[in-house]
Ligand binder design. Sequence first.
Ligand code: HSE
Length: 309
Amino acid sequence: MKSIKIKIPATIANLVCGFDILGMAINEPYDEMELRITQIPDIIIRHTDHFGLPEEASKNVAGVVLKKILEHLNLKNGFEVIIHKNIKPGSGLGSSAASAAGAAFAANVLLGNILSRDEVIHFAMFGEELASGVRHADNIAPCIYGGIALVKSSNPIDIIPLNTPDLFVAAVHPQVEVKTSDARQILKKNIMMKDAVTQWGNIAGLIAGIEKNDLSLIGRSLNDVIVEPVRSILIPEFDTIKRKSLELGALGGGISGSGPSIFMITEKKETADEIVRMMKSVYDKIEVESFGYVSDINPTGITIIEHNH
Ligand code: HSE
């Protein structure tokens, strides 16, 4: 029976100033997914973790993606999916994107790479739509491409893979609930021209810094005057953690995706280790449980662990 097992990286969307248009894949944490084609026109999903995600195909991020692919190709087959999730749902580290992108990627390989990479992204976005109500590709694109990806447009899909600078990431996930849909709802519908000018200066600076491997320019550009001031209110101790991270030598950072995780980028791994210790101790002090991650950038995106033809 045709089957595949893949490894799927976590992703950090927005990269501070690039709301909905920038994302980066990291090596830790990651999910694994096994997919098998079956002769019965049914999608059977099983999780090996304890997050309690729905297993009914129409309510599952991977399930809706697979359904859409089968419908599009007019196939009478089905799929069996086993998801080993380590990227915590609701963390802001691209957990739903990992399931969505993983399902689309794995199904495409099993079907003989019948879909283009842009089509894989198109189908994966149905999973993001189920999870947050919006078809955004800033987690999905880096998850599939690896490294840092620019979503120049998600309709039509126009993805620009960028350079992968030699950087480390420190991230903390405090155990507070921030739903992506709520974190989008609270954003202002209109912005001031002066803020827009600051923001596009930062986005352009960030992309130039990434392409030139100019770490100082990357650091100077990691500023968000539009989304972070609104969303950071939902994350306890956000300002303290950001200030202390910069004091410890972070180049910059902010909210990971729609939160509640906070990420910082550093030049050295030791700095990232020290920042994660600080982040966790800030949350320990206010008795909020937290999980810390230190990672480098994942340059490859989803990889195949096993493939039985
Ligand atoms: N760009 C999206 C947002 C990412 O910030 O709402 C959500 O994971």
